[in-house]
Design a protein around this ligand. Sequence first.
Ligand code: ZN
Ligand code: ZN
Length: 174
Amino acid sequence: MGPHSSAATAMPEHIQARVEACYQQAEAFFKRSFQRAEVSFKLRGQKAGVAHLTENKLRFNPQLYRENREDFLRQTVPHEVAHLIAHQLFGPRIQPHGEEWQLIMRGVYELPPNRCHSYEVQRRQVSRFIYRCGCPEAEFPFSSQRHTLVGKGRRYYCRRCKVTLRFSGEQRLE
Ligand SMILES: [Zn+2]
Ligand SMILES: [Zn+2]
């Protein structure tokens, strides 16, 4: 067996072992069990890892792992596992890198809770409806619920110019 093939087969095992160790640390800390995630290595691009909260899945980027193994095992794996632990403990309404996740990073893994942009969580995006008034540059991103209320006759006003807010036709995902 050449060095390339052994490196390729060793890769998922190291990550798998680190994932399992992270779960065991969390279980010892919180004195409860956590459902294990399904782990895959089919992530490409900028992100080192992604935690799929509702599906309880972790995806890691084999290319980025090869480029920076030590940091990947020390930081990336616990970062992503902590998202799933936070989700199991606190439910879906928490901020991805909020205090619950930070508590796990600091308390359980004794790591700085760095939110690197390359470690982003895949969140469900929400649609915003952009409303405007008479003020230059002012915009009011409405939720779809509020946009529906406007459709039913509800009016909203700008506090500054007192003009009724009107839907600009623009929508965006946040
Ligand atoms: Zn994250
Ligand atoms: Zn205004």
